[in-house]
Design a protein around this ligand. Structure first.
Ligand SMILES: [Ca+2]
Length: 188
């Protein structure tokens, strides 16, 4: 595998992210310092996202209590949702009547491997990724394997050009869902 291959892949990933109307879809805008990385309080809010339940960022400082396996898909940080919770964003600037789909990367905290989190994605309240169990991609502290790639069902943008995007962690037992590189791409 040549170095050129990796450079090309990295450039492609950045190009896609730049073209997506999702704000802070790679969760790189904020730097949290208070462990374990929940949004709110001293850490402040997560730019572009409303959080529900215990959600935030990893790593925090030099610690990654939730992100204990898998390669960060884009940039240096991932979003975390512990047990049941959600990330919400109103995405605007879509072209009315045009078809789109959501792409994102997901993983699970290895430490809670016996209770895998369940991910669901909604657009304006309609399921575009049906609830699906997410397994850890690597063993504990193995940061080489890539996160899972999930691609939603297509949806059609409404006349307003705005949609409400919800990324949900559905399972209420102890588990942690890791998310990164959330983009919306238009379909021909
Ligand atoms: Ca990221």
């Amino acid at each position: 595998m040549s170095a050129w291959f990796f450079i090309t892949q990295a450039f492609l990933a950045v190009s896609i992210a730049a073209g997506s109307p999702v704000e802070n879809g790679s969760f790189e805008t904020d730097r949290f310092s208070r462990a374990p990385g929940y949004a709110g309080g001293a850490n402040g809010a997560m730019t572009g996202w409303e959080t529900e339940g215990r959600a935030g960022l990893n790593p925090v400082g030099r610690q990654r209590p939730f992100h204990d396996n898998g390669r960060v898909p884009q940039g240096k940080q991932v979003a975390v949702i512990q047990s049941a919770g959600a990330l919400h964003q109103t995405v605007d600037g879509l072209q009315p009547d045009k078809r789109y789909r959501i792409r994102l990367r997901a993983n699970a905290r290895y430490f809670y491997a016996e209770t895998e989190p369940v991910l669901g994605v909604e657009v304006d309240g309609a399921e575009v990724i049906s609830p699906v169990k997410i397994s850890p991609v690597g063993d504990r502290h193995d940061y080489r394997p890539p996160f899972h790639l999930l691609i939603s069902e297509p949806f059609t943008a409404p006349a307003s050009g705005n949609v409400r995007l919800t990324i949900r962690s559905i399972r209420d037992e102890e588990c942690a869902l890791l998310i990164d590189d959330v983009t919306i791409e238009s379909l021909p």
